[in-house]
Design a protein around this ligand. Structure first.
Ligand code: ADP
Ligand code: MG
Length: 256
């Protein structure tokens, strides 16, 4: 409570904290006349073992379309980037731009929609298309951010998602500063910078890929819906997934 009372900056994760994290596949954009079902089948094969909300939405979309997909004999989940899987069709990459660039995949015609998270796919080093996945901002997020500002607190958002999507969410909710395209390790470095500039920092996350930064903040808070690792690493666990819990907890600390 004492540490929470002294918080001067609240740093939040985007996915699952400010947004609901209930991703739904919106659009399939295969290259070179590949059927849409084939692109989705390859993506679902990569995501079979993933617990990430993005992965879950891809597997659900494939199941809803009645597609059957193989379980690859080798799957590597690269935190904050995506999946590399070895399948009968070849080596498939399914993730963000960073993942594909790292494997030297040439992407000239990628269509990115700022209101969606774009998952890119490559097969044996060639770009084969993208999948647009939309998430929704929690209805109370903008009010909760406004309450924090009235308490004189600086607000920031950290995300591994792309710049366009990150900026759109920040603009809609009134968040002061945004950092995008981050890897889980970068989040802790930025938190330390923000702490230097604004004072004691509280980090709020749902814990998929953010346990280190939760543990490194003056106050680490996990959303009730969060992953077990986050709940373990956090100082505060909210009993709900509402963003209103953030200003409310600070108010309680000050009054106490
Ligand atoms: P956030 O910081 O928004 O909570 P993460 O660190 O969990 O995001 O992931 C960052 C980015 O990495 C995602 O926006 C996505 O582009 C990519 N990514 C992570 N996991 C997966 C996955 N299983 N499949 C596809 N893309 C993924
Ligand atoms: Mg997250």
């Amino acid at each position: 409570l004492e540490a929470l009372k002294n918080v001067k900056t609240v740093v939040m994760d985007k996915t699952g904290t400010i947004t609901k994290g209930n991703f739904v596949v919106q659009n399939l954009n295969p290259e070179n006349e590949m059927p849409e079902g084939e692109l989705l089948t390859l993506a679902a094969a990569c995501e079979t073992a993933s617990t990430h909300p993005i992965g879950n939405s891809i597997v659900t979309a494939a199941q809803e379309k009645g597609l059957t997909f193989e379980t690859p004999h080798e799957i590597q989940e690269i935190s904050g980037k995506g999946i590399r899987a070895v399948t009968h069709e070849g080596v498939i990459l399914c993730g963000n731009r960073k993942l594909l660039e790292e494997h030297h995949v040439e992407m000239t015609s990628v269509k990115e929609d700022p209101s969606a998270t774009t998952v890119l796919l490559a097969k044996d080093g060639t770009y084969i298309g993208s999948i647009a996945i939309a998430d929704t901002i929690k209805s109370e997020s903008a009010d909760a951010i406004a309450s924090l500002k009235r308490l004189g607190i600086h607000t920031a958002m950290l995300t591994g998602d792309g710049e366009e999507t990150a900026k759109a969410v920040a603009a809609e909710t009134g968040i002061d500063t945004v950092y995008s395209k981050l890897l889980p390790g970068d989040k802790l470095d930025i938190l330390k910078e923000l702490r230097k500039e604004h004072g004691n920092a509280m980090f709020v996350g749902d814990g998929i890929n953010d346990a280190p930064v939760l543990a490194g903040a003056d106050v680490g808070a996990a959303m009730g819906s969060g992953a077990d690792a986050a709940i373990e690493a956090a100082d505060v666990v909210f009993m709900t997934s509402s963003m209103e819990a953030i200003p409310e907890s600070i108010r309680i600390a000050k009054q106490t």
